[in-house]
Design a protein around this ligand. Structure first.
Ligand SMILES: [Zn+2]
Length: 126
């Protein structure tokens, strides 16, 4: 793999210590989130986590995503939420978990703030 000038580590997990650190904090917080979801009597499955830049571009053209998604930086995940085995399609069902997510780190944002209820991400700065 070519390691040229790289202002940002777009999803790679080799070489940028600060990015790797924030990616691992993100992963640890996702594990706390899932534990919390389960403690409240819900279950969840993984939707999309890491997204390739190529896929992000396709989504952007389709109008179903943005080109510079935090999914491309391993700092966003979509979770499918279930209660008693029933898939909850309403993004608002994620609200208590979105609130919990944002309490874990000041950089955390719940996608419900921008009409994407099953999306959880960690931003760069506060
Ligand atoms: Zn997402």
């Amino acid at each position: 793999m070519h390691h040229g000038g790289k202002p940002r580590n777009m999803g790679r997990d080799d070489g940028d210590d600060a990015m790797t650190l924030s990616q691992s904090i993100f992963a640890g917080n996702v594990s706390k989130l899932i534990r919390y979801i389960n403690e409240q009597g819900y279950t969840c499955t993984f939707g999309e986590a890491w997204r390739t830049p190529e896929m992000a571009e396709i989504y952007a053209k389709r109008g179903t995503g943005i080109k510079r998604s935090l999914h491309c930086e391993r700092r966003a995940i979509d979770l499918n939420l279930f209660l008693e085995g029933k898939y909850l399609t309403d993004g608002n069902a994620h609200k208590p978990f979105g609130d919990y997510w944002e309490s874990l780190d000041p950089r955390n944002r719940w996608g419900g703030r921008f009409n994407d209820g099953n999306h959880y991400e960690m931003r760069e700065a506060i």
